[in-house]
Design a protein around this ligand. Sequence first.
Ligand SMILES: [Zn+2]
Length: 327
Amino acid sequence: MTTQLSRRSLLALGAGLGASIGASTMLGSTALAKAPKLNTQTPYWHRFVVGDAEVTVVSDGPLPLGDPSGTFTGVPKEEVKKMLVDNFMNPDSVVLEQNSPVVNIGDKLVLFDTGMGTSKMFGPTTGQQQKNLAASGINASDIDAVVCTHAHIDHIGGLVGADDKPLFPNAQVYISQADYDFWIDEGKLGSPLKDFVLHARKNLLPVKDRLVFVKDGQEFLPGIQALAAPGHTVGHTIFMVTSKGKSFAFLGDLTHHSVLLMEKPRMEFSYDTDPKQSAATRVRLLDMLAANKIPVMAYHFAWPGYGHVAKAGEGFRYYPEPMNMQL
Ligand SMILES: [Zn+2]
């Protein structure tokens, strides 16, 4: 037997509710709110285990992109909106998360990407990484390595504080040389990329002496391998983390959206340096991850951004992993 809630019965339910509220108010009942609303949220960090490695995801906070029409391109605007509506998402406003894994592996504590830092280019909700890292019990001074997927502001913005001093005083910083060279280039200060270049210079130059350039295919830290994923930026790199035979891939900005760039992975993203190359890289690497059933952490997917990808139709589908609260 199926249960059907008709519009008429919903209305009746509403009327009943209204009547009972009215009655209790008249009687002076305090049944509606005995305690004050708390206006607090669950922690913005989450912990799980991969093989022998302990992974703590920390957030830098939500990054609002606004209307998706100007950002997700290469398909008609109406189609983008319909995809969002069909997935019960707001068609007029896309908000990205910023999920950074901190991996305790071997004798190293490794942070991937650093959020927006002090920049408010995307509004006031970003810049939470240090606070959430501390809340998770991790000292910034205990981080041995900061691994950056690329040199965009929302990934390197938290390398230094407002005083331009490194926020991870004992860490070496890993990034591709191609991205470093491209984004610190003063010659681009007169171009539309100006703000990105300014922030790359602000964050990368103070740690110049601690930089290590990662190469495609290289296992540059025990259990951590670089895989070149160019297109979003010239040197954009994703990372495979492996412990005791278990792996996950940190995707950085291989894909910014769990529906739009997965169902239609050849859709373009306006912040890509080379959108066509970015799309080709996305399809190639998601194909590989899906075929090998390797879990992924996507920096910009809904919190905490951990799950699987599988092939579906012309593209892919993202399956978020349930948050397991037992370690
Ligand atoms: Zn990003």
